[in-house]
Design a protein around this ligand. Sequence first.
Ligand code: HT7
Ligand code: ZN
Length: 876
Amino acid sequence: PQPVRLSDYRPPDWLVDTVDLDVRLHPTATRVIARLGLRPNPEGREGSAITLDGDELALKAVTLDGEPLAGSAYVATSSALTILAPPQRALVLEIETLVDPSANTKLMGLYRSSGTYCTQCEAEGFRRITYFPDRPDVLAVYTTRIEAEREEAPVLLANGNLVESGDVEGTSRHYAVWHDPWPKPCYLFALVGGRLDRVSDEFVTATGRKVDLGVYVEPGKAGRAGYAMDALKRSMRWDEEAFGCEYDLDVFNIVAVADFNMGAMENKGLNVFNDKYVLASPETATDADYANIEGIIAHEYFHNWTGNRITCRDWFQLCLKEGLTVFRDQEFSADQRSRPVKRIADVRLLKSHQFPEDAGPLAHPVRPQVYREINNFYTATVYEKGAEVVRMLKTLLGEEGFRAGMDLYFDRHDGDAATVEDFLACFADANGVDLTQFALWYAQSGTPKLAVSGQWDEAARSFRLDVSQTLAPTPGQSDKQPMVIPLAVGLVGPDGEDLPLVLDDGTNAERGVLLITQPKQSFVFRDVAERPVPSLNRGFSAPVKLTSDLSTAELVFLARHDADPFNRFDAGQTIALAYLVEATTAARTGRALSPPEALVEALGSTLEDSALDPAFIAQALSVPSEGDVAREIGTDVDPDAIHDARKALRQTLGEALAPALKAAYARHAPSGAYSPDADSAGRRALRNASLDLLAAGGSPEGIARAVGHFERADNMTDRFFALSVLAHSAPDAREAALAAFYERFRDDPLVVDKWLALQAQIAEPGTLARVGGLTTHAAFSWSNPNRVRALVGTFASINQTQFHRADGAGHDFVADAVLELDARNPQVAARLLAAFKSWRVLEPGRRASAERALRRVADRPGLSPDVSDIVSRSLE
Ligand code: HT7
Ligand code: ZN
């Protein structure tokens, strides 16, 4: 496909004010009649044709103002309909198309999931339902009539409010008419038809309007939808309180389906979800599942204002809705749970997914300048780094300044298809600041590096911080400009208390934030009577890679005393990471290195600090992942050596901290029935982290404890955690436990996904054959994205030693899987292929095999645009 460039943006030539859809559902021949109220756009090109997008469509009829169009008046292909010389005035175009939802394996447009009809239109799926100007800056008011066999689809849903329903006289069919008064782009269109159970509730908005809430699930699963409903109501209240955003229809529905390309979709008034992010019960869902459900329900709901009421002008502005909405859902979860633990989890996700993306061939700015396939830009950079950019705005402007900017944004742009510039202008105008340099965060790709060193001048009683920033070239961007970096800092005195931050000009560093704008800058603090330890980038105030001259002893001090919980956590991780890098080098030459005593002691005192939140302690105990270590090493990476070093460290920690771990395990035993609340989840997290380290060395006592934990578990969190410990650390006990787990949950696909994913992660040479074998297991299907992601996706993204096997067989397996999938579901195939994104950091042998596998994919004729785009950028 031809690249699409931001610089080529032109307003649409024709606008659509109204869309009246008549959809007659049929498993293989659904008839769609679309009546479009069009008018020339005064801002478009005068006298232009009407060009409508299509994708795999069969045109049956077309009329203009009620008259059939002559064959010479239009050109129709399966991918476009052009009305050649339309009258330049408001007109009504009626288009009839036929689509086959059962044959739709791409899961874009109208498709069937376990028999339920559903739609997915973002980014460009509406054109697979009818011909339409499929771009987000064409906003219309939709009325949707759906008709179906009552027996097959008793539930008929679409966007907006229900205005009419009934039987189609003299037939076995029925219909429903939905009207959405809010103009919207077509990517927010949705309809659902099926046999579904409903969980009902209601919400009264801040101004007293009653909203009917419904969560629809497969028959028999309503008992697992209660938590999603609860999360929805909490989200609705939170958005009113935190941002003044009130819901605006009489109805809000959520539908859970089993076949879905992503997590969920924010269609106006009718969110459609991957059922993985709706269904939960203590027996089937882990604490992590509950937290994900809460966060994703909130995320999609929050889109009602950031995405729907204010949408994007074009797909380059995707971060405008996604980055902002991720920021909002992160804040919601932080308010509902532990703020520090949520921040730690969010930063871990950023570092593990976004940092490698930014460092590899797929790097792109938060707002890309060009794309060949928009589906490939729903990335960690757009979402997670996009959220960090919004967070930095808040750090720079403060709570009130940020809220003033958001208020102005909602006020000024309600009903608009907006841009990043529009968004930033609201913050600049509301606060009287210039954000020109800040805007570089949207334009420059790559992770800035910040090198910081500190010097205490005893005689002058001052402390100087020298800061320098660099940003390495990334694909398509060789020259970089310095960024605005809000660096939150503290100076921690010998007693562990923060010192006042008075700069040498007598001003205070506002909210403890230093503003870095130059390649090199120095900051001098006065009245520093004793040598402090600087705590840098507190709360991870900027998404940068920070290096400092802090000694191990100073990091240990921060791990024990820093008032900033994120940095307290991060100090321990920094020590562990530095050790793992060294130990990896040693492992490559067959040497073993003992971990620093100081690290063991610091973790020991964290473990025994009863003032700390157990969830925080659990995070502190988790050793940096193999991916973290690979990223830190950055070149000539040998995953086997990393694995050996990490395994040895975990074993040492388990042995050295055994008494404290056993005490923590005992202290956090459950005291009542399972509850998914944050405190209970935190206690389980610490108990399970203790169990894990105690078994890490494979000692009979540790394994026996894990077996007992598995057998006695009364909830999925404990049961699955124990199973994971056995799978990774107890080859002898593993198979029996895996078999028992499967037998118990074989009829529950979402739990079977956990079973598949766990086996895909085992860091042993037999895993590739195991994963290959599982692709033919009755529980696996290439056509369900959740199954594919659980088995093949987990293997490629988590199992560093086996995906990057020295013999290249892991790379070949994933390349074959991508090719197998591509014909069926290009989006899922392309995402799987993106697991190769860090292939260039591997040692030469593995790098060569990754390249061979990528070239084999690239050489396959007839690749989808999705896979072709990823493979060509990966090889550039
Ligand atoms: N806005 C939604 C993105 C999405 C999506 C994109 C492409 C293809 C399928 C998709 N399903 C959902 C979800 C979100 O980020 O809120
Ligand atoms: Zn989103």
